[in-house]
Design a protein around this ligand. Sequence first.
Ligand code: NAD
Length: 365
Amino acid sequence: MYEVKNIEESNLMENPVIAQMSKYEHEQLLFCNDNATGLKAIIAVHSTVLGPALGGTRMWTYNNEMEALNDVLRLSRGMTYKNAISGLNLGGGKAVIIGDSRTMKSEALFRRFGKFVNSLAGKYITAEDVGISPIDMTWVNMETDHVVGLPGKSGDPSPVTAHGVYMGMKACAKEQFGSDSLAGKKVLVQGVGHVGEYLVNSLSKEGAKVYISDIHEDTLKHVSSTYGAEVVPLNDVYDLDMDIYAPCALGATINDDTLSRLKCSIISGAANNQLANEAVHGRAVMEKGIIYAPDFALNAGGVINCYSEVKSLPSEWALNKANEIYDTILNIVKRSKAENVPAYQIANKMAEERIESIGRVKLPL
Ligand code: NAD
């Protein structure tokens, strides 16, 4: 008869994927493969403690499967924290499709992917992320109802994201300058795409002195002529004399090099994963006397907008909920100062506290 041995006795090698999952307590991974359509995807459900795991699907040309796996594990965990700190009844999840979004998309590929999403029976709700457009999600929706951000529904989340970033920036100003007015403050918006442009609009209306940078000349021309913002050459961004640096393009722009140059007293922008190394640069920012608004708490307007679609709530609800980002950020930066603990650590702790306390409420009676 087959003898079941315990792990030590059987001397099995540790499975690296399961080891990765258990390190950050992921609940479930679904590997999706379909040779006919070329679909190779991974769906990661990090946590469903607070509700269904919501997070977008990213399509990217990963160098290999391990890179895709690391990305989906990291991003899905980030969604758990973002949803928790925003007070949403949602867990965290994410999906990645391995491939070139310019050449590999087809109706069949996205419908096949939709079948996989559907097989999770609502445990995971998907949306758009990098490389994905509304039409792709319309195809996903042909095979599953567990998708948001569809055309004609909650729509582009960028205005709500930008509004939340703007409110959180004002909270940082309140703490750093004693007033939340941004009038006359020098603000550099790095990346004036979807979110950046809406942010520039709000800042200009309030009378801030707005500087912008982008890699696309036509984008710069459009934003500078529409809002009267001053263009800063890419190489001069980190040496600019400014009050507030708002990264709205890429992650990891807060690193050893930029920190030795940045002259701002607030960092508050929409980009995900701004700190190149959370532990190192989160502390370094604090020690330089810069107030840092943790990205996942600040840019939650997008997922708030998605949640309004999940719950069939009006768009005003999403904007009002994004207003709460002001209090969340003020609370974080005040606690950071009082406890002399980097802001990102305070934000992580607040998210974990909510998962812990509301998780207990959800236990069966
Ligand atoms: P986007 O692609 O519309 O805009 C990004 C802009 O940054 C583009 O105009 C691009 O040309 C520019 N850019 C790229 N590299 C640059 C560089 N090195 N220097 C200056 N500019 C550069 O993206 P978006 O939707 O506006 O999102 C911006 C950031 O906010 C991303 O990091 C995204 O992950 C994050 N975010 C967006 C949302 C949302 O609702 N769209 C929600 C949460 C987080």
